[in-house]
Ligand binder design. Structure first.
Ligand code: PLP
Length: 395
């Protein structure tokens, strides 16, 4: 799809954009996929060329055709003005935040935020003279009571990737804008296929591209997509800080994106089936999955999302740590590890108690986070059923 045909409102379905956007075979000798470009130095032919700075690429750190290819796909999916590919999801968060705040400003962050983002705020922003406060993820329009004249950014993540509260993005956007702040949304869980925060009023959307976009647990990347008004600040901070993503990693993101729609569909279906099944199990006290009618934010999820991700939480009846070990140590298919989004299923015990400041997590049960991969769903259920039996015996 050429630049000229790129529009803010896609005429094609998101599935079609995923397969066709960001590819320029005519510029690549007919090859379907934009190949890996590696390079720092980009040559100029004449002094006039150097002075004009009009070439599409000037120096490798600002990007190359492989990174640009990924950026244009994500721009179309998010309905954004532009997108930057950055080296990790965490870098996407830190750059987006720094594009909004300076010394003397204030930022409000959801209490359910991805923990390394929280550590960045507490350990770095505070040191740079920015005040950091947290809000209840279910606060909605009540955020207005927390706004201060110097509040310049609101950082949301919906749903939270450990506890799965859904946030009222239109309400947060309205409050943020009324106070002169920008709303940043981490949209990693749903992907732009199932949730489009810019259309709901957000200014900046970030993704841990490492997760669903890459989809194979083998590369790091982040993306920052913005409205026209927010773009210049984001790009300035990225360029000043020297963030760059290699063509090799960009290629893996592009490769993953081509099959995102079909993977999301399969992850969603398996995750929902397993979540509903777990909900009925006697060792389970609750399942934290916004697409289940029992979830407290189900109505909000139905209003703003068109689908669900691979990731959800399950709270098991209170039991000593040894019972959790009995559950996870002998799983046959699920494996234990940080991250998520690959084709393989993961199960991670989560220690949430110390990660909250606004509304402490009081559930006494053991919280596990599951990423449902692309294995056969009955095999996954058998693995979990055996684990629940071990848990019950050890409890
Ligand atoms: C993993 C994750 C990130 C950070 O991504 P990295 O690429 O690991 O830095 C950010 N947000 C969410 C919701 C994540 O799950």
């Amino acid at each position: 799809m050429s630049d000229a045909s790129r529009t803010k409102t896609p005429q094609f379905s998101l599935e079609t954009l995923l397969t066709h956007a960001g590819r320029e075979p005519d510029d690549q000798f007919g090859f379907v996929n934009t190949p890996v470009y590696r390079g720092s130095t980009i040559l100029f032919k004449t002094l006039a060329d150097l002075d004009a700075q009009a070439q599409p690429y000037l120096y490798g750190r600002a990007g190359n055709p492989t990174t640009a290819s990924v950026e244009s796909v994500v721009t179309e999916l998010e309905g954004a003005h532009r997108t930057r590919l950055v080296p990790s999801g965490l870098a996407a968060i830190t750059i987006a935040v720094m594009s909004c705040v300076k010394a003397g400003d204030d930022i409000l962050i959801t209490d359910s935020a991805y923990e390394p983002g929280r550590k960045f705020a507490d350990g770095f922003l505070e040191r740079m003279g920015v005040s950091v406060r947290y809000y209840d993820p279910r606060i909605g329009a009540g955020l207005a009571a927390l706004m201060r004249p110097n509040t310049k950014a609101v950082l949301a993540e919906s749903p939270g990737s450990l506890t799965f509260e859904v946030q009222d993005i239109p309400a947060l956007a309205q409050v943020a804008h009324a106070g002169g702040a920008r709303l940043i949304v981490d949209n990693s869980w749903a992907s732009p296929l199932y949730h489009r925060p810019l259309a709901l009023g957000a200014d900046i959307v970030v993704h841990a591209g490492t997760k669903m976009f890459v989809g194979h647990s083998d590369a790091f990347a982040g993306t920052i997509s913005t409205t026209e008004a927010a773009w210049a600040d984001v790009e300035r901070v990225r360029a000043l800080l020297g963030f760059f993503t290699s063509g090799d990693d960009a290629y893996l993101v592009a490769r993953g994106l081509r099959t995102l729609a079909i993977r999301m569909k399969e992850h969603q279906q398996r995750a929902l089936e397993i979540a509903a099944w777990l909900e009925k199990h006697e060792e389970v006290t609750s399942v934290l999955h916004p697409a289940l009618p029992s979830h407290p934010d189900h109505a909000l999820w139905q209003r703003d999302f068109t689908g669900a991700g691979s990731l959800f939480g399950v709270v098991l009846k209170p039991a000593p740590r040894a019972a959790v070990a009995a559950f996870v140590d002998h799983l046959e298919l699920f494996t234990m590890g940080y991250s998520w989004g690959g084709y393989e299923s993961l199960c991670l015990p989560v220690a949430i108690r110390n990660a909250r400041s606004v509304r402490p997590w009081s559930d006494e049960g053991n919280l596990l986070r599951l990423h449902i991969g692309l294995e056969g769903v009955e095999d996954l259920k058998s693995d979990l059923a055996a684990a629940l039996e071990r848990y019950a015996l050890a409890r």
